[in-house]
Design a binder for this molecule. Structure first.
Ligand code: AGP
Length: 609
């Protein structure tokens, strides 16, 4: 996730772009840059690090010109560096991009054959060269831009300048947000309205496949086929802080709601339907050939640890390899059996968690091969690993982890499929079905999110309760732990997660009249057993909130409240169940008036022991 901004009008664009980037910095901050077109041609200034580094550079030379584009980066392809920072340029084409171009390797080969020299490691730079190539081929700028959009696969929001066309910006959107600001004699383009709210409150939200041109006085848009389209002009009534949250009340809610789109990014160019295999670019070398490891450790903390527990069920079932999951803080202080035949998977959103990093280093020093699953590019954990699979969730601002968790689980599903195939334990047909099931998840998540009103009502009903139990079996057990952690973290309600089978060995003593018990009950192989567990807690007076499969009338008869997920294979249900768990915790916290995004006593990244 990156922040992009464009300006065309009557003021000097440098100030406006910088101001916009400051408001977009929450979207990414590993490098930043801007390009300004004035009387002396185009000036591009880029810097690695936070926006401050760019501001320092600009002090030496403050570009002047009424047309410009800016970018603050969250690295996906290519490490954070000045060369990889946007804007990118090829001849007269200068552009900024947010998203992932899935077929960039293929396009890169094509451009190399045509004699283009690509300077950065990014997927973005190839877009400049492609447009330049189509200009060489004799197309007009408008035709070239439209043509190139048809060649791109993946997600993008693009703002493009042609240095031969002062006074004009080209824009396009597919899968990544882009909104146009309409001012008096000036136009803006940005990832969200916060970037231009001080200048105008009139906005046009582009739809997927829209593209067009902006000048100071006009905005023209087309659809994929090139037909002219009109998009409504809307008045923004949000204040500045709301705008950064895309109109959501909290970052956590925004991050919950963006999971369908984010998951598409996580899966992008790793799953191709009908190809019967997954592509795990980052770990190919470590996992190549015959599997040389005799055991796998997964280490992590908090929510990432829960993702690791899901990973154990997935890898053991699909690849038939032994997996041990440890909290990193425990792992580092015992004497785990590690040698050169140990594969260690470290999971971390931030990539900076002190315990995970220390445990990883310890295992590495004893000969283990390290794969990390991480969200932040080039953080300490990926740097200390032999290979990394990035989750591509974009910056997670809410302290309570949501989208980082589901993307970690998605990556673990891909890894389990990869290992399972490598071990010959699952067929290519199984992989094919799994890919189709995974690609259905974003729309299934949307389906759940559309029904979130009922969760809000449910939260009101239970918000005064002081203690909750969460039960799940099999792969749903870690989701019970995660659901309970979410509730504790942000609503400060006591909550415990247990495997449903363990209930009779102690926790059942806690149940009395009206005690809320959240039960994960999808229709998988543990379903019948879970129904019995529900009967047992109901018999002792519990109020049961179940998460079950759409159309499950039997379950509906036995529980007090039912949250539905669409039917899906067992390995996909953790992704779907997570959404009602997150929303329940969120709405409970709202009812109790706690600080959702920055709950007491917690920090987003725990960089001390
Ligand atoms: C989850 O909501 C918490 N923020 C916390 O448990 C977190 O998952 C843990 O601190 C690990 O962080 P990491 O993924 O950045 O390593």
């Amino acid at each position: 996730m990156c922040g992009i901004v464009g300006y065309v009008g009557h003021r000097n664009s440098t100030e406006i772009l910088l101001d916009g980037l400051r408001r977009l910095e929450y979207r990414g901050y590993d490098s930043a840059g801007l390009a300004v077109l004035g009387g002396r041609g185009v000036t591009i200034v880029r810097a690695q690090g936070k926006l401050k580094a760019l501001e320092e550079k600009l002090k030496q030379h403050w570009p002047q010109g009424p047309l410009g584009i800016g970018h603050t980066r969250w690295a996906t392809h290519g490490r954070p560096s000045e060369t990889n920072a946007h804007p990118h340029q090829a001849g007269p084409i200068v552009l900024v991009h947010n998203g992932i171009i899935e077929n960039y390797q293929e396009l890169r080969h094509f451009l190399a054959k045509k004699g283009h020299t690509i300077k950065s490691e990014t997927d973005t730079e190839i877009v400049c060269h492609l447009i330049q190539q189509r200009l060489y081929d004799g197309l007009s700028m408008e035709q070239a831009f439209h043509h190139v959009l048809g060649e791109l696969r993946g997600s993008y929001a693009l703002v493009v300048m042609n240095t031969n066309e002062p006074g004009r910006l080209y824009v396009a959107r597919q899968g990544s947000p882009l909104v146009i600001g309409v001012g008096k004699g000036e136009s803006f383009a940005a990832s969200d309205v916060s970037a231009f709210l001080p200048y105008t409150r009139q906005a046009i939200f582009l739809e997927d496949n829209d593209w067009g041109m902006l000048s100071a006085s006009q905005a023209v848009f087309y659809d994929r086929k090139g037909n002219r389209v009109k998009r409504p002009l809307k008045k923004i009534v949000w204040n500045q802080t709301q705008a950064e949250k895309g109109g959501f009340k909290h970052f956590m809610l925004k991050e919950i709601c963006e999971q369908p789109r984010i998951l598409m990014d996580t899966l992008a160019n790793r799953t191709v339907e009908k190809q019967k295999r997954v592509f795990l670019e980052g770990v190919a070398k470590v996992l190549k050939g015959k599997f040389p490891y005799n055991k796998i450790y997964i280490i992590a903390c908090g929510t990432s640890y829960h993702a690791g527990l899901v990973g154990k069920y997935l890898i053991e079932e699909m690849a038939r390899l032994p997996v041990m999951v440890d909290q990193a803080s425990e792992f580092r202080y015992r004497r785990p059996i590690i040698d050169r035949r140990t594969l260690l998977i470290a999971i971390s959103q931030s990539g900076e968690t002190a315990d995970t990093l220390a445990a990883l280093k310890e295992a590495k020093s004893q000969g283990a091969k390290i794969i990390s699953i991480c969200n932040v590019i080039d953080a300490s954990i990926p740097r200390a690993s032999h290979a990394t699979l990035y989750t591509r969730a974009g910056p997670e601002i809410g302290v309570a982890s949501t989208k980082a968790f589901t993307t970690q689980v998605a990556v673990l599903i891909l890894l389990a499929l990869h290992l399972g195939r490598g071990q010959g334990k699952i067929s290519s047909g199984f992989v094919d079905e799994a890919i189709s099931a995974l690609l259905r998840v974003p729309s299934q998540m949307e389906w759940i999110l559309k029904r979130s009103k009922s969760i809000e009502a449910m939260a009101k009903k239970y918000a005064k309760r002081s203690s909750f139990l969460y039960f799940g079996r099999g792969v749903n057990f870690p989701i019970a732990l995660e659901g309970a952690l979410k509730l504790k973290e942000i609503s400060y309600i006591h909550a415990e997660g247990y495997s449903a089978g363990e209930m009779k060995h102690g926790p059942i003593a806690l149940i009395d009249k009206g005690m809320p018990v959240v039960v994960l009950a999808p229709q998988d192989k543990t379903y019948e057993k879970v129904l019995s567990n529900i009967a047992e807690v109901k018999a002792r007076g519990a109020s049961v909130i179940a998460v079950g499969t759409e159309g499950d009338r039997e379950l509906a008869r036995h529980v007090d409240d039912l949250l539905l997920i669409p039917p899906a294979p067992w390995y996909v249900t953790p992704l779907l169940e997570s959404i009602p768990m997150q929303l329940l915790a969120y709405h409970m916290a709202i009812c109790r008036g706690t600080d959702v995004d920055q709950p007491r006593n917690l920090a987003k990244s725990v960089t001390v022991e």
